[in-house]
Design a binder for this molecule. Structure first.
Ligand SMILES: [Ca+2]
Length: 147
């Protein structure tokens, strides 16, 4: 909701919104769930000048990874199974045996350095260099919809 209020788009490529995701095969949210967002694609060196010329504010999906370690460690640990929402909107919160997932933190650091370097040089910050997200929560090479 914050992204929509701020006019921030979802960076391409992406795996679609995660908000309210209840059906992984159809990649659809539960009724009343989900947030529609604009999508912005890289132009030239990367993504910039969004949501308006002169600034860059965009949401980037990173995955598979784990929140928290995604910016500091090469691997994270997940303990919940997907999907997180039932098709009726209920929160499933099913525990799973802990499993490791990769975290592309070096690519994230490089993208952040580029972004802040651009800003300190008085340029419109550019977002670039992030690996395309894959909806494969456990990082076993089989996308979530096929498990
Ligand atoms: Ca998988």
């Amino acid at each position: 909701m914050l992204a929509r209020a701020g006019g921030w788009a979802l960076a391409a490529p992406n795996v679609g919104t995660n908000s309210g995701m209840a059906n992984l095969k159809a990649t659809t949210p539960y009724p009343g769930g989900g947030i529609e967002l604009d999508v912005v694609a890289p132009a030239g060196e990367g993504i910039h000048d969004t949501p308006k010329p002169g600034v860059t504010a965009v949401m980037i999906q990173i995955g598979p990874t784990q929140h928290g370690t995604n910016s500091s460690q090469p691997r994270g640990k997940r303990t919940y199974a997907v999907p997180y929402n039932g098709e009726d909107g209920s929160l499933l919160a099913r525990k799973a045996d802990a499993y490791a997932v990769p975290s592309p933190y070096r690519e994230l650091h490089a993208a952040m350095l580029r972004f802040f370097d651009d800003a300190f040089r008085g340029k419109v910050p550019v977002v670039s260099g992030m690996p395309a997200a894959v909806r494969d929560t456990d990082a076993d090479g089989i996308i979530d919809a096929m498990e």
